[in-house]
Structure formats: structure tokens, C-alpha cells
Design a protein around this ligand. Structure first.
Ligand code: AMP
Ligand code: GLY
Length: 424
């Protein structure tokens, strides 16, 4: 098969690494890819939202399957674009159509969906500019802390946890009347605060049956000890020790089955990944959010634990026979440490020459925000490289990934040395 992956981050690097190992994959393309994805396939200079350009490329290169990495093209309807096009409609797209991608694209849609389908989630209510006054009244009766969420996509920045009523009212007003997060905050979901420990659960579905991929824990804060600003993710670990069999059974019964059945009952087709952001509160799962794609940097720890042919599983999604496919998961521990650019997640340094990748011995280096400049590999994004180790023993894996991250150098390089150690 000829396969096209859309995206350019560490997630897409991990997909490309895994897919390139499949005997079913003849030619692999990554659009636009990064300085590392060329090891696994051919980079194609196309934007993930350039649907016309993607169409031309798919047709001229006899692409048999398109795997969509990030949410943006899904929320903008790339799958629907393929289905509506006479020449493209037979070419499977892995990733949901626009309507189902609203599970990530609109918090209001996803909360309603969860409530309709009895998926455990924090109590919430949605407000607009016209109902600002009701929003203030709701805040007065809701406890503290309280969570305010911009309804639309806000590049991971649209969630505010407010500890005082005054702050909550001010933020609500800024979101609704001053477009604090642009259009994304024209609606705001006010949600009860959940306590507990978070994890990410990933489901692959053809719309009927599903497979539960390895779960992972993501470390979102920039600072060690989970301090400082939120980032896209500074590291990940899989498996997650506190997600034991009893907890995962609850996740399947209370969250995954009602989600898949809900989609089916509401006539919402779904072929792709569902990323379920969960809070484990005293052993009970509560859904924080759905995403319509895999997580980053979770995918870098999930892919190495999948022993089965990943292309075979993707074919199961595309052809609707996922139930006939086998998913074998390794018992080993995978851990990922992300090297980020100086200044990230604020304004960050760019175009710094990267060295030391060749000194990494026990880990695999997945490129994320990198590019080539002549002979050099340079930094272009906030999250630059994801260093992933797979080992039998969790402590050794964590130490190895951290030690290998320290072998990377560029001006401003930073990574967390504590990824996963809280789980030991
Ligand atoms: P989201 O963009 O929905 O993933 O939210 C970003 C982060 O905010 C989550 O990863 C949580 O750490 C936190 N968060 C979101 N909703 C809640 C909630 N209801 N209670 C506690 N923390 C939350
Ligand atoms: N690591 C969280 C995400 O991909 O959204």
C-alpha cells in the first residue's frame, strides 16, 4: 500500500516509524513531515489544510490510505472532502468526519454528547455573550475552584482554572465579550473542578467495534514537579501503573462502550482514533475531554508498545472489519522525554542547530519541531525532539530516556528530568 500521513510532529514521526515497519507498506509519504520523518518515508511539502494540494498528491501518487495526525484538518472536514469527491471517495481516510470531530472541536457538543450517553463527566453549563448575566449567577452558586473552557479549538490554551469568584467572573467576561480566545470563546463551558490524577486512553474504532490501545500518562506542565505553564506535553509514560485492570474495566464499561454505542445510536460515523482524557478520582473514571486524534507526546510511547502490524489495524478501521484484527501489546514500559526550545511555551528560540542525536544509544529519537538547513538539523518548533525508551523495567526506562535527552544540545535546550518518576 501507499500511505500518506498528514502532520509534522512527534506523533506523526511515531506513526511513520511504526508504519514503515509493516510489510504491507510499499511507499510512505509524510506531509509536511520534519527533519526526522525522511528516515521512514518521503516528505511532501504540503500543508495539512491544503485539501486541493492533498487531492492532487493523492491522485498522482496512487495513495491507498490517508492517516490524519492533527485535529485541524479533521475539524475542517478533510474526511468529508474525500467522501464528496468522485475521484477520492474510495480512498480511506483514518480520522473522523467533521461532525464527529466536533467531539474535540466543540466542548459544548462533547459535553452534550456525554450527558446524552451517560458518560461520566463533570457537571457543566454553557454560556454566550447574551447569557453572560446567567453565567455570573451560575458562578455564584458553583463551588471553587471552577473551570472555564472556551468552546472551540484554542491550541490547548482555552482552559482556565479559577480559584476565586472574582477571577472567574472577570475571565468569563473577557472570554465572552472581549474574545479572549478569539472565536473559540464565543461560547464558554463552565465546568465543575475534578480532583484526581489524569491519564490518556486511546481507542481505535471502525465505527462498530473498537480496540483499546495502550494507555499513557502525559506531563503537561513546563516545570519539574508539575509546575508552571501548560504545554502541549513534556513527556509521557505507558503503561500507567495506577490504570490497573479493575480501573481499565471501568473505563471500558462506563466510558468506551457508551461512547461507541452513543456514536452508533446517534448515526455519527467514526473511523479513527478517540483520545479520552480522563481523571481517575478515587478509582472512578471521569471524562475531561475527547480528542478526535492521537495524543502527542503519548503516541511516541504508545506506538513502541504495539507489537501487531499497525497497517493491518488501520485497514481494519478503513474496511470496517477491525473486530477480525489482532492487537498485541507489549508488557514493556515506554517512556518519552521531550526536548523543547528555550522560552517555550512562551515565545521561543528558533533556527538553533541541533547536535548530539548520534550520541543517543538506548532510546529512539522522534523528531518534532525540526527542519533541515543545508547539512544541519535545526529547531523550528516549541517541542523539538521526543526521546523514547522501551524497556522491561520502568525505572531503567525513565533513567535511560532522561540520560539520552541530556545528550542532545542546541542553544536553549530544556527538558524535564522527572518524567514518570512520580509513578514509581
Ligand atoms: P483540556 O483542554 O480540556 O484538556 O483541559 C486542559 C487541562 O485542564 C486538562 O488536562 C486538565 O489538567 C485541566 N482540566 C480540564 N477540565 C478540568 C476539570 N473539570 N477539573 C480539573 N481539571 C481540569
Ligand atoms: N498530549 C495531549 C494532546 O495531544 O493533546
Amino acid at each position: 500500500m501507499n500511505i500518506l500521513i498528514l502532520g509534522s510532529g512527534g506523533r506523526e514521526s511515531a506513526f511513520a516509524w511504526k508504519i514503515a515497519q509493516s510489510p504491507k507498506c510499499e511507499n510512505l509519504f509524510i506531509a509536511p513531515g520534519n527533519a526526522g520523518t525522511g528516515q521512514y518515508g518521503t516528505n511532501v511539502n504540503l500543508k495539512v489544510t491544503d485539501f486541493a494540494g492533498i487531492k492532487a498528491f493523492v491522485l498522482s501518487n496512487a495513495i491507498d490510505m490517508v492517516l490524519v495526525g492533527p485535529e485541524e484538518p479533521l475539524v475542517k472536514g478533510i474526511h468529508d472532502f474525500f467522501l464528496k469527491d468522485e475521484q477520492l471517495k474510495g480512498i480511506p481516510v483514518i480520522g473522523p468526519q467533521e461532525q464527529a470531530a466536533q467531539l474535540e472541536g466543540s466542548k459544548d457538543f462533547s459535553k452534550d454528547f456525554m450527558q446524552r450517553n451517560n458518560v461520566p463527566t463533570a457537571a457543566s453549563k454553557t454560556f454566550t455573550k447574551d447569557t453572560l448575566q446567567e453565567g455570573f449567577e451560575y458562578l455564584e452558586t458553583a463551588g471553587l475552584p471552577i473551570v472555564l473552557k472556551a468552546d472551540g479549538l484554542a491550541a490547548g490554551k482555552g482552559v482556565l482554572i479559577c480559584t476565586t469568584l472574582e477571577e472567574a467572573k472577570q475571565e468569563l467576561a473577557e472570554m465572552l465579550t472581549e474574545a479572549k480566545f478569539g472565536d473559540a470563546s464565543s461560547k464558554v463551558v463552565i465546568e465543575q473542578f475534578l480532583t484526581g490524577i489524569e491519564l490518556s486512553v486511546f481507542v481505535m474504532t471502525d465505527g462498530n467495534s473498537y480496540k483499546i490501545l495502550p494507555e499513557a500518562k502525559d506531563y503537561k506542565r513546563i516545570g519539574e514537579g508539575d509546575t508552571g505553564l501548560n504545554t502541549g506535553g513534556m513527556g509521557s509514560v505507558s503503561p500507567v501503573p495506577f490504570a490497573d485492570a479493575a480501573f481499565m474495566e471501568k473505563v471500558e464499561q462506563k466510558v468506551i462502550i457508551p461512547t461507541i454505542e452513543g456514536l452508533k445510536n446517534e448515526g455519527i460515523p467514526y473511523k479513527g482514533f478517540i483520545f479520552i482524557g480522563l481523571m481517575n478520582t478515587n478509582g472512578e473514571p471521569w471524562v475531561i475531554e475527547y480528542n478526535c486524534r492521537m495524543g502527542d507526546p503519548e503516541t511516541e510511547s504508545v506506538m513502541p508498545r504495539i507489537e501487531s502490524d499497525f497497517v493491518d489495524l488501520l485497514q481494519g478501521v478503513a474496511e470496517g472489519n477491525l473486530h477480525e484484527k489482532e492487537l498485541v501489546i507489549s508488557n514493556k514500559v515506554a517512556t518519552t522525554v521531550v526536548c523543547v526550545a528555550g522560552g517555550y511555551p512562551g515565545e521561543y528560540l528558533k533556527n538553533k542547530v541541533i547536535s548530539g542525536i548520534e550520541n543517543v544509544r538506548g532510546s529512539h529519537v522522534f523528531h518534532a519541531g525540526t527542519s533541515t538547513s543545508g547539512e544541519d538539523v535545526i529547531t523550528t518548533g516549541g517541542r523539538v525532539l521526543a526521546i523514547t525508551t522501551l524497556q522491561d523495567n520502568m525505572f531503567n526506562a525513565l533513567q535511560q530516556a532522561t540520560a539520552d535527552a541530556a545528550r542532545i544540545y542546541y542553544d536553549g535546550v530544556y527538558f524535564r528530568r522527572d518524567i514518570g518518576f512520580d509513578l514509581l
